[in-house]
Design a protein. Structure first.
Length: 79
C-alpha cells in the first residue's frame, strides 16, 4: 500500500526551536513570492519589503510576557 507523504503535515526537526521554525517559514514564503515580482524590480520597494520581513521575524520570535502585546509603537520602530 502506497502512502501519500505529500498530504502529511511537515514535521520540524527535533533540534529546531520554535523561533527557528518561524524564521524558516517566513524565509520560505519570501523565497516563494518575492523574487521576480514587481517589488523585486524596484530597489526601494525591495528594501522596504525586506525590512518588513525581518521585522516580522523579530516580532514573532521575541520573548513574550503574560501581559505583553504588539503595539503600533512596536510596529513603527521595527520597520
Amino acid at each position: 500500500m502506497d502512502i501519500d507523504h505529500a498530504a502529511e503535515p511537515a514535521v520540524r526537526a527535533p533540534t529546531q526551536t520554535n523561533d527557528e521554525a518561524v524564521a524558516a517559514l517566513i524565509e520560505r514564503w519570501w523565497a516563494d513570492h518575492f523574487p521576480g515580482s514587481a517589488v523585486a524590480r524596484d530597489t526601494a520597494s525591495w528594501n522596504v519589503a525586506h525590512a518588513a520581513k525581518e521585522a516580522l521575524k523579530t516580532l514573532l520570535t521575541r520573548p513574550r510576557t503574560a501581559n505583553s502585546s504588539v503595539t503600533s509603537d512596536d510596529q513603527e520602530r521595527s520597520i
